[in-house]
Design a binder for this molecule. Sequence first.
Ligand SMILES: Nc1ncnc2c1ncn2[C@@H]1O[C@H](COP(=O)(O)OP(=O)(O)O)[C@@H](O)[C@H]1O
Ligand SMILES: [Mg+2]
Length: 224
Amino acid sequence: MIKMRGIMKYYSAGFGKTFVLRDINLDIEPGEFISIMGPSGAGKSTLLHILGMLDEPSDGEYEFLNERVHKLNEKTRSEIHSNYIGFVFQNYHLIDELTVYENLETPLLYKKIKGSERKSLVSDMLDRFNIVAKKDLFPNQLSGGQQQLVGVARALITSPKMILADEPTGNLNSKQGEEIMELFKQLNNEGTTIIQVTHSEKNASYGKRIINLLDGRIVEEAPL
Ligand SMILES: Nc1ncnc2c1ncn2[C@@H]1O[C@H](COP(=O)(O)OP(=O)(O)O)[C@@H](O)[C@H]1O
Ligand SMILES: [Mg+2]
């Protein structure tokens, strides 16, 4: 499903370059559940953003479902993103001007799903995440944990083939966090590919493979 070869990411800094990812080689099969771990600043979010086609590598090759992503134009990349990928952002990334309901509806609009179906999908998600009472509130009227739940619900609403989640439970209490992990486990059992970034050993153990990043390199890959 995914093949990365020699992926590099750097930013120019003065006369030199700051490397964020160095020579990442990665193969991911459909239906895998992977946990990415590593210290802060290791490049985890950058790698996840490149996997999700939200950021471009500086160098290297990235194939997703046999498409050479590094050769695609931005429009095609964002279509693939919308059609296949649900992304949970580390900092939620909700749209401030839209209500919870409208935030959940946004990915469905991108996928051109019609009104009546949008309505029922949004209602299902509001129910499933216990946030029906919050549907008309704006993100700044929610706690961090509630915003995170909306961020996860928004990522799942299109039933994506692949979920990329950047510390999806970082602001949830332990019960909510466990519910999200159980939900991921269930989706993975149904065939969804999941790649999560986590600092929690317990959450990482929901995955079937751990990728450890250090200073932008994969230092160890361990099957669980
Ligand atoms: N736009 C940018 N310009 C310069 N450096 C950046 C930029 N974005 C990220 N970085 C740097 O890349 C490194 C890795 O960041 P990140 O992928 O967010 O790490 P992690 O998610 O593992 O904490 C950090 O040192 C960060 O400062
Ligand atoms: Mg990060």
